[in-house]
Design a protein around this ligand. Sequence first.
Ligand SMILES: Nc1ncnc2c1ncn2[C@@H]1O[C@H](COP(=O)(O)OP(=O)(O)O)[C@@H](O)[C@H]1O
Ligand SMILES: [Mg+2]
Length: 273
Amino acid sequence: MQTAFEVGVFDNGAHRVVLTHDPEAPEVIRLEGIHKTYSMGDVEVHALRGVTLNIKEGEFVAIMGTSGSGKSTTMNIIGCLDSPTRGSYALDGEDVSTLSKDERADIRLRKLGFVFQGFNLLSRTSALENVELPMLYAGIEPAERHRRATEALHAVGLAGREQNHPNQLSGGQQQRVAIARALVNDPKLILADEPTGALDSRTSVEVMDIFQRLNRERGITLVLVTHEPDIAAYADRVVVFRDGRIQKDYRVNAPRDAAEELKNLPAVDEDEE
Ligand SMILES: Nc1ncnc2c1ncn2[C@@H]1O[C@H](COP(=O)(O)OP(=O)(O)O)[C@@H](O)[C@H]1O
Ligand SMILES: [Mg+2]
């Protein structure tokens, strides 16, 4: 769990507890010397050229870098969707670099939650059923599925929308359904690839508020890809990729606070979006 470790003094002079990750916290992600080469006929594409990255439990990390720098390839490896060509990867202390496809699918179900730019919801299915889906795969009983899906939708502010289909929800609401779906198997780690890429600025702050709360209140480790520096500023650490390598890796001094910002933004009626 994330714990308060420092007391910071902000511009306005107010003392406030700054959340920093526990230096003793266990590593959730340990990538060492990761290479990934794609073969395209005669041509080999070196997507990753030796990536070493450790992320501890409770961290909120933003991954940035120009298009083609290796962000998605890294996320696919971290998310056990693909394996490295060379190098080792331990997820939550378990070596996963040499697992079979089925074993990777099992790890994804038990330990990971995914959020994508395009929401990836089933369109002919209610919000509740979308959120129940990962639990269906995990073999959880219907009554328990229903209970946990309802609770997850409440946690992302969508109580009362359980029966809505995606086309009856705004973009921000659809992304919140996707976050609820990522949450229901109680993941160690949530991976989000450009989660605000399709959202307007206020809705992006709302989504970042949910991510910050999941990180701070539940200690869920978050890794989020974004090309927007404004979005990366909500994380407490930024890792920048360039040409298949890590170019920079730094802590954010005073991360933006989405909950605070929302207080100062005018409210909108979501049904009119
Ligand atoms: N499935 C693939 N087959 C061949 N080349 C790929 C594949 N996926 C990515 N690449 C190449 O690997 C490099 C890194 O891609 P990617 O990780 O998608 O970058 P980013 O997400 O930072 O834009 C790029 O040169 C890209 O063209
Ligand atoms: Mg990408």
